[in-house]
Design a protein around this ligand. Structure first.
Ligand code: EAX
Length: 326
């Protein structure tokens, strides 16, 4: 009797441990981002998830939390650092609060165009910054993209810097942006992204600034009348993994994750390109008044004096090195 019972227990525990191994063999990673599943962040994250699933033969899969379901970008980065969230695909907006060196890429009018920005982020400067993240408990897998930012507001069309003067604008929780935008005369109001739509709706702020893909995905045309293609700052984004996951990966799996992040980045940037090409007509249809010919020089002149402070903070050589990338 006793022997039979023992055998039963042994068989049961063997079965359980097999199940245990099976359950452990499939890890579901939680990934969060600010906008909808069909937005640029959704497209990039989905490709990343498909690629890690393929590359690890299904040992790693994702559960996606789009549309700020897990909070603002600052909160998501914090969660990834703590290991309560596995991945975040986030703009650099609040990232400088964790990795101060990253703020250099948030300087207004630093990048000439998409080709320049992508070359810098995928080159030595970008790689250095990814390495810096590692020292702060964040594994930067690859630079993705949010896009060049443009201003929207409910007061007047912005053609030159002076038109922005006196407007109360929501900004990201980003010192460099705030310092830069003050030179345009804007009254910067830092706020987490999930609060933004309501703030615009209720008139807590006059306006905001974001790339076309975000303006589209967030239906800002419902609550903002004017859009000006100011291109005043490039908004990089990055796919960040928690060290608690990274440290458990084999070398081969690490490579799969890095390659998947690259593929995700390519897809995300393609979606940004597509939104830039098709989105403005859509926003016009939705009733926005669009200023395409902005006096960029007036903005550049306004921000020029702030470059002395940026040079102090980040090093004139480092800024010049970014500007020199072809
Ligand atoms: O990353 O906060 C912002 O305005 C960001 O551009 C948005 O969360 C997408």
């Amino acid at each position: 009797m006793k022997a039979v019972q023992f055998m039963k227990v042994a068989a049961l525990s063997a079965a359980l441990s097999t199940m245990g191994i099976a359950a452990q063999a499939q890890t579901v990673l939680k990934i969060g981002y600010a906008t909808s599943p069909t937005s640029h962040y959704g497209v990039g994250s989905t490709v990343f998830c498909e690629e890690i699933e393929k590359g690890t033969q299904g040992r790693y899969t994702c559960q996606q939390f789009p549309s700020s379901a897990l909070g603002g970008e600052r909160e998501m980065i914090e969660s990834v650092q703590l290991g309560t969230l596995d991945l975040v695909n986030t703009s650099t907006g609040p990232l400088g609060n964790f990795v101060p060196e990253v703020q250099i890429v948030d300087i207004p009018f630093l990048f000439r165009d998409y080709d320049h920005a992508r070359a810098v982020m995928d080159g030595e400067v970008g790689q250095d910054l990814l390495n810096k993240m590692q020292q702060r408990g964040l594994i930067g897998l690859a630079w993705t993209e949010n896009g060049f930012r443009h201003m929207t507001n409910n007061v007047r069309p912005i053609v030159q810097a002076q038109d922005a003067s006196g407007l109360k604008m929501r900004t990201m929780e980003n010192r460099v942006h705030m310092d830069g935008y003050k030179t345009f005369g804007i009254l910067p109001t830092p706020m987490a992204f999930p609060e933004l739509f309501t703030a615009l709706q209720q008139g807590t702020v006059d306006g905001q600034e974001n790339p076309i893909p975000v303006i589209l995905a967030s239906n800002f045309s419902q609550v903002q009348r004017h859009l000006s293609l100011t291109n005043h700052v490039y908004s990089p984004a990055v796919l960040i993994l928690s060290p608690s996951v990274w440290n458990k990966l084999s070398d081969a799996d690490k490579q799969v994750f890095l390659d998947a992040a690259k593929a995700g980045s390519t897809a995300q940037r393609q979606k940004v390109n597509q939104d830039e090409a098709e989105g403005i007509a859509k926003l016009r249809q939705d009733g926005m008044q669009v200023v395409e010919q902005v006096d960029g020089e007036s903005f550049r002149q306004a921000v020029a004096p702030a470059y002395a402070e940026f040079a102090n903070q980040f090093g004139a050589d480092n800024i010049r090195a970014i500007q020199a990338v072809q």
